[in-house]
Design a protein around this ligand. Structure first.
Ligand code: SF4
Ligand code: SF4
Length: 114
């Protein structure tokens, strides 16, 4: 049985490295669902793909504790938090299963207990 984490007191998978101005990759279906969301979306030039490509990502911001987080994240990492677009969140966000490997790695990276 997976550990009983509380996503609304975590948010580790919504946080990213301090220097990243884009986080969550958006595919065509995501862009369609989020078209009217008003959320800032950036075009990111990826140099480590072959050939190099430009991809859409949700922008980032700082949470109240200075963690860089997805722009759709509300609250603070490791405290009360939520996703403002949970019902239409991007496909990559749906890959994070609470208690799964990606979840535990994200928590570990943010210094939360695993
Ligand atoms: S899926 Fe895991 S890392 Fe993401 S908010 Fe939930 S408990 Fe935290
Ligand atoms: S879209 Fe929602 S679930 Fe996905 S990273 Fe942003 S805040 Fe987290």
């Amino acid at each position: 049985m997976p550990p009983p984490y509380d996503c609304q007191a975590c948010g580790a998978c919504c946080a990213t490295a301090p220097e990243r101005n884009g986080y969550v990759r958006l595919y065509d279906g995501d862009l369609e669902r989020l078209r009217d969301s008003g959320l800032p979306i950036i075009e990111s030039a990826e140099q480590d793909t072959d050939p190099p490509e430009t991809i859409a990502k949700l922008a980032t911001k700082l949470d109240p504790h200075g963690h860089r987080v997805c722009v759709a994240f509300e609250g603070g990492v490791g405290g009360a938090c939520t996703c403002l677009i949970y019902d239409r969140r991007p496909s990559v966000c749906r890959m994070f299963e609470m208690g799964g490997l990606l979840c535990r790695l994200a928590r570990q990276e943010r210094g939360l207990p695993v």
